[in-house]
Design a protein. Structure first.
Length: 251
């Protein structure tokens, strides 16, 4: 079947017109250049791109998870560690993400790596291990400041792992063991001190009320009687012994 020149031109024009129809998902935006000049971003839904005149770049505006590779860091107290992190960010302004930086994913990754080395290098090892939340917030603040001109918002930065040298791991383990021993000794000493205080209070009470000594003596005898012992030692008050000795001397 033969088509004339007019039909061919019409068919080509129809194909071009249909090819300009684009469908963007809810989480996508279109950055469009018309003859090289930027136009307002479009989407989501159905958008139309004028063939041969407009050029479209499709961007994802969902939160992006970017793994920050492990970085060699020397802390302020001269300890060499490896630190890695994870970066969560999203595109707020699709136009700026295209025209302000060549590759916003690569740029965000490089900013995150350099900031991670800089911030962790300014801290001591104990601070880095114990105050991770503070460093997460500091990293987020610095990276977000650098990426804001690109239309990118840093949602969250989390330090995932701090890899210590083997010698430092052993040193920390010894330090933790020494700390546990110190606490155990302090608790034991505190218990002995409280027991001594209670004994002193009991002695003062018995001194004021001599009958309590006899009651305690009878209580001890009842406890000895309950147990099956072959030998029973009965304490005798020294006053009684002294009275017997004096009587024998007078005779």
């Amino acid at each position: 079947m033969f088509f004339g020149p007019a039909a061919t031109v019409a068919f080509i024009a129809l194909v071009l017109l249909i090819s300009g129809i684009k469908i963007l998902r809810e989480y996508e935006r279109a950055v469009v250049f018309r003859l090289g000049r930027l136009t307002p971003s479009r989407g989501p839904g159905i958008v139309y791109i004028i063939p041969l005149i407009e050029q479209m770049f499709r961007l994802d505006v969902r939160t992006i998870t970017l793994d920050v590779p492990s970085q060699d860091v020397i802390t302020r107290d001269n300890v060499s560690v490896k630190v890695n992190a994870v970066l969560y960010f999203r595109v707020l302004d699709a136009n700026r993400a295209v025209i302000e930086v060549q590759n916003y994913l690569y740029a965000a990754s490089q900013i995150a790596q350099t900031t991670l080395r800089s911030v962790c290098g300014q801290a001591q090892l104990d601070e880095l291990l114990a105050e991770r939340e503070k460093f997460n917030a500091r990293l987020q603040e610095i990276i977000d400041t650098h990426t804001e001109p690109w239309g990118i918002k840093v949602v969250l930065v989390e330090v995932k792992h701090i890899d210590l040298p083997v010698e430092m791991q052993r040193s920390i383990a010894r330090q933790a063991e020494a700390e546990r021993l110190r606490r155990a000794k302090v608790i034991n000493a505190e218990g002995e001190y409280q027991a001594a205080v209670r004994l002193c209070e009991a002695a003062e009470i018995m001194e004021k009320h001599p009958m309590t000594i006899q009651l305690r003596f009878l209580q001890a005898l009842s406890q000895v009687g309950i147990e099956h012992n072959h030998t029973v030692i009965v304490p005798v008050p020294t006053d009684l012994i002294r009275t017997v000795v004096d009587a024998a001397t007078r005779r």
